[in-house]
Design a binder for this molecule. Structure first.
Ligand SMILES: [Zn+2]
Length: 400
């Protein structure tokens, strides 16, 4: 088998080749017939491409099953060492960096706290983490870099348009990183990466239409339509957090009033609790933060609610009902088979589920409600990592 540094993924490049490589990576060992079924490519095309990929050492043939007189099934599996990538995940409180291969095996991890850093310092930390990983023993022969960032992203150009947690606005991440490290770099929004990863590697991969809703400090989403990530014309699809659910509601981070994010995110929850405390309502939350309203975090509200605190429970139900409105809108618009709710709020899903479902039952059209499943997932970051690896692999092969 060829060594990692001898495999030239770009040389086999093309959209169909990328599709076959990623399908074998996700589903292998898999037969050529099944690859054709899953990708929609013709059998001769799959045979032709897989021949090329075997030649290059990217995939290999794999025999299984007893020989029973007929033809033994020949399956294809991916060479996990076909490519190594450096992935950085720019979270709200830290930058996490990984060296990971095409088989999703992580060989090195770095975490850096970014809690008290300004936007330029976060960028410097990100570049530092990438540099450390690329120059490490594990990061030798890295083929590409993938970046997961919160907030809207122009994926094709690799620009972070607005990232509330870092304060970035129009930061050309792809340009900056490629100029410094001379490696192809791919950037995606965390919710879309999570949607892709949950979809392709979770129990939901046979579902064709799904919406992933991340409810944390903000509310984002990733939309899978007909098995593909839907990005929209200007790369802006999925900003469900900024759909209005109360035109007279509080001001949102986008400047408008009453967006779902301003009514049903963890930030909205904390704002409601703080306002009530300042108006003199008593709550266990006050004890948990030593009366310091500035210090209230979602964890405090969840802890208080779990202990039966009336104020925390009341406001959590308030948020749950608006979340129900948001989920109802999503279901009525997309008629998906599945809605997955992820993000920080899933820690207390047992406390919000009843109120949310009551609103959903009330507001979703019967024809849509009958066919939809609503699930909760706490696997967000791991799913996002899998998703960005898929996008990065696709980018390397298509030589973008
Ligand atoms: Zn908004």
């Amino acid at each position: 088998m060829a060594e990692t540094n001898q495999i030239n993924l770009k040389a086999v490049g093309g959209p169909n080749e990328a599709l076959v490589v990623n399908t074998v990576r996700r589903r292998g060992p898999i037969s050529r017939v099944d690859i054709a079924k899953l990708t929609g490519l013709t059998a001769p095309t799959v045979t032709n491409i897989s021949g090329k990929l075997i030649e290059a050492g990217i995939i290999s043939e794999y025999m299984i099953g007893e020989y029973s007189g007929g033809r033994r099934p020949v399956l294809l599996k991916a060479n996990p060492d076909m490519a190594k990538m450096v992935i950085v995940d720019i979270r709200s409180k830290e930058v996490a960096g990984y060296v990971i291969n095409a088989g999703l095996e992580i060989s090195k991890t770095i975490h850096r706290d970014t809690r008290h850093l300004n936007k330029d310092e976060v960028l410097a930390v990100m570049l530092d983490v990438i540099g450390l990983l690329c120059s490490s023993e594990e990061g030798k022969d890295v083929a590409a870099i993938g970046i997961i960032v919160r907030g809207p992203v122009k994926s094709a150009e690799g620009v972070s348009l607005f990232s509330p947690s870092t304060g970035w606005r129009n930061v050309p991440l792809k340009f900056i990183v490629e100029a410094q490290f001379h490696l192809p770099t791919f950037v995606e929004n965390d919710m879309r990466a999570m949607a892709l990863g949950s979809y392709h590697y979770g129990p939901y991969r046979d579902i064709r239409n799904a919406v992933f809703l991340g409810v944390g400090g903000g509310i984002g989403s990733g939309i899978i339509l007909n098995g593909e990530l839907y990005r929209g014309l200007g790369d802006s699809a999925g900003e469900i957090g900024h759909s209005a659910v109360d035109v007279n509601g509080p001001v949102c981070s986008c400047g408008n009033r009453g967006c779902l994010e301003a009514m049903a995110s963890e930030t909205a929850l904390v704002n409601l609790v703080v306002q009530a405390m300042r108006e003199g309502r008593s709550s266990l939350v006050a004890q948990l933060v030593d009366q310091d309203t500035e210090a209230v975090k979602p964890e405090h509200v969840y802890a208080a609610a779990e202990q039966g605190d009336a104020l925390a429970m009341e406001l959590l139900q308030n948020v749950a009902r608006y979340l129900g409105v948001g989920v109802s809108n999503v279901i009525n618009i997309f008629n998906p088979e599945l809605v997955i709710i992820g993000g920080g709020i899933t820690r207390v899903y047992q406390l919000i589920e009843a109120s949310m479902m009551e609103v959903i039952k009330q507001r979703v059209l019967e024809s849509c409600f009958a066919s939809v499943r609503i699930e909760y997932s706490a696997e967000g970051r791991a799913a996002a990592l899998n998703g960005i690896v898929d996008l990065t692999m696709q980018g390397i092969i298509m030589n973008k």
